[in-house]
Design a protein around this ligand. Structure first.
Ligand SMILES: [Zn+2]
Ligand SMILES: [Zn+2]
Length: 208
């Protein structure tokens, strides 16, 4: 496995890549977005419900994107399939953890996707949300989706920590890691597509 991983790194990770900068860029963008949006929201019960609605939408979108776009070679999305394939070949069920911080190249989404998320995807969703939600609920909706991006990357990161890590004492984290390890096994194309939480796996019977 060691020799395989070394060869993989040489082949896939660009020479200029530094995992610490990737993690720093991701964290700065996420924290800045949360800190800018949260104080601008008008916080009422309805705002909290809209945050939950946004999280519910996001977990649904993530499940279907993961299952039907990242695990199938669709025309024009071969690059997404390839990136996810790298993730699955580098991290396998018996070796879920990373060795070096640069290995997050095969774990975190690339920075350009984060930029696309905030510059294109979120504004597009806001245009749709404006058709249904009153103006004061738009920012809580954006807040929920911003929160989701951070939660997604954080939980997926934790799922690739060693089993001996202290966070595995938390029951939800332990079962999330076990569940994700099954997704990194031979069952990758049929099992456990919910990376953050398993509700759609239970509904669509892909929970193993
Ligand atoms: Zn994974
Ligand atoms: Zn997958």
């Amino acid at each position: 496995m060691e020799r395989y991983r070394n060869a993989f790194r040489k082949k896939v990770i660009p020479r200029y890549y530094r995992g610490k900068f990737h993690v720093a860029i991701f964290s700065i963008i996420q924290l800045s977005a949360i800190l800018i949006i949260a104080p601008k929201c008008e916080w009422k019960i309805s705002s909290l419900l809209v945050v939950l609605l946004a999280l519910g939408y996001a977990t649904t979108f993530t499940y279907f994107l993961h299952r039907f776009l990242l695990h199938r070679k669709l025309p024009a999305f071969g690059w997404a399939f390839k990136m996810h394939h790298w993730h699955h070949t580098f991290y396998q069920s018996h070796r879920m953890e990373y060795d070096h911080l640069d290995d997050v190249y095969m774990l975190l989404m690339p920075p350009w996707i984060q930029v696309f998320y905030y510059a294109v995807y979120l504004p597009g969703l806001v245009l749709v949300a404006e058709l249904f939600l009153p103006h004061y609920l738009i920012l809580p909706f954006v807040f929920g989706l911003t929160l989701w991006y951070g939660i997604y990357e954080l939980i997926h990161w934790i799922e690739h920590l060693p089993v001996s890590h202290w966070s595995m004492k938390i029951p939800f984290i332990k079962s999330a890691r076990q569940s994700h390890a099954v997704h990194h096994s031979k069952l990758k194309d049929v099992a456990n597509f919910g990376i953050v939480e398993p509700s759609w796996d239970y509904i669509l019977k892909t929970k193993f």
